[in-house]
Design a protein around this ligand. Structure first.
Ligand code: S3P
Length: 432
């Protein structure tokens, strides 16, 4: 599938974007091993979360999908998962694979985890190492999927310092910690999203935090609950940028998760001159939510604060577009992790932006993006949902039509992306 976007006048609108991907994955996994039933509303009906849903069902969890976004999970309890009949295919989802590795490490059976070409190229040693220390055995293809996880119960509690800031690895360790004797402690080099910690608390599990470390006592049984999933700030970021770079737009995005471990994108855009405000702040369970109001703004470049990287880790593709649309040059550093996401996002974005006439000087862990005018053209998504959507937003202010090829992946995180852009006033068509 390709997306063809014409230069468009984004105007005033109020929109919603789909549910948070990270929260949806966690609700399925924790709901699956909780005591009793978990009702999930606002679930992200995208391909990544569907892979997690199918995997939990293959291990004996009864999951009812009442509507696309309303799910009931009948928890089987910590000890209730069953060995699946065959390998679990987790598609494109790094979150599913890394969190599932944690969950499966505490089971008394062996499971094989595999995925698509992108996922099988993503590093897994970062999650394998702590699981081996906890007592599981894991075979891999030299640190890459497929993984064969031979679980063990009980695991051993460990005190682990993450070498790389990663919410996925932190979460895998906390999930395994539920199956461990004693205390499991994990320290992170930079703050990462804390949805697992918050959801565990919603389910009655005590999680202690001190400084940059998180501790969990093993063998605490999560209890099913109602989880209202906030709209995904990572998806809202595309809408925010479309409004910011438009001539004259005033856009509200409703019910968006604004957990402070995720809001780096707002801080970075505000430092570039963006007019963004949070309205109607409230909580969905333990997760902060607000309506986000964005008005067109003159953006300017500068040095992006590297301490915000872990709080905006998925938003750099769209922030590269912000930088390209800004006055002057924007310097990004500390982005080494972007090279091992769904694609090498520094290279994918540099290539797409250069095709559209923007100068990008790449370095090993960052880039300098020079503000300019986008030309029309044909750009590739590198099979990466966030690259595809970022380039579609750039196209709204290009000097001619832009075709983005290979865009099926958009459905992994933002089903309804095209309709949402139409609601904003974007002229966009799909072509199969
Ligand atoms: C996620 C953590 C991040 C992020 C990913 C979702 C999560 O990955 O990029 O999209 O749900 O825990 P890392 O842990 O690799 O930084």
């Amino acid at each position: 599938m390709q997306l063809i976007v014409q230069p468009s006048a984004v105007g005033d609108a109020t929109v919603t974007v789909p549910g948070d991907k990270s929260v949806s994955h966690r609700a399925l996994m924790l709901g699956g091993v909780a005591e009793g039933r978990t009702d999930i509303s606002g679930f992200l009906a995208g391909e990544d979360c569907h892979a997690t849903l199918t995997a939990m069902a293959a291990m004996g969890v009864h999951v009812e999908q009442d509507t696309d976004t309303q799910i009931t999970v009948h928890g089987v309890g910590l000890q209730g998962l069953k060995a699946p009949d065959g390998p679990l295919n987790l598609g494109n989802s790094g979150t599913a694979m890394r969190l599932m590795t944690g969950l499966l490490s505490g089971q008394s059976f062996t499971t094989m985890l595999t995925g698509d070409d992108s996922l099988t190229g993503r590093p897994m040693q970062r999650v394998i190492s702590p699981m081996l220390e906890m007592g599981a055995s894991i075979d891999s293809d030299s640190g890459y999927p497929p993984l064969t996880v031979q679980g063990r119960f009980p695991l051993r509690g460990i005190d682990y310092t993450l070498p790389v800031a990663s919410a996925q690895v932190k979460s895998a360790i906390l999930l395994a910690g539920l199956y461990a004797e004693g205390v499991t402690s994990v320290s992170e080099p930079a703050v990462t999203r804390d949805h697992t910690e918050r959801m565990l608390e919603s389910m009655g599990v005590t999680v202690e935090k001190s400084g940059n470390s998180i501790q969990i006592d093993g063998r605490q049984a999560p209890r099913g609950c109602h989880i209202q999933v906030p709209a995904d700030l990572s998806s809202a970021a595309f809408v925010m940028l479309a409004a910011l770079i438009a001539d004259k737009a005033d856009v509200r995005i409703r019910d968006v998760g604004v957990n402070p471990t995720r809001t780096g994108v707002i801080d970075i855009l505000q430092a570039m001159g963006a007019d963004i405000s949070l309205e109607n702040p409230r909580l969905f369970g333990h997760e902060p939510v607000a309506d986000i109001r964005v008005r067109s703004s003159e953006l300017h470049g500068g040095q992006v604060d590297p301490s915000l990287v872990s709080l905006a880790i998925d938003e750099f593709p769209v922030l590269f577009v912000a930088a390209a649309a800004a006055q002057g040059k924007t310097v990004f550093s500390g982005l080494g992790e972007l090279r091992v996401k769904e694609s090498d996002r520094i290279a994918s974005m540099a290539s797409g932006l250069r095709t559209l006439g923007i100068r990008v000087d790449e370095s090993a862990d960052g880039a300098v993006v020079h503000g300019g005018r986008f030309s029309g053209g044909v750009v590739g998504s590198h099979g990466d949902h966030r690259v595809a959507m970022s380039l579609a937003i750039a196209a709204t202010i290009a000097q001619g039509p832009v075709t983005i090829t290979d865009t099926m992946s958009v459905d992994t995180s933002f089903p309804g992306f095209v309709d949402c852009l139409v609601d904003l006033g974007v002229q966009i068509e799909t072509d199969t």
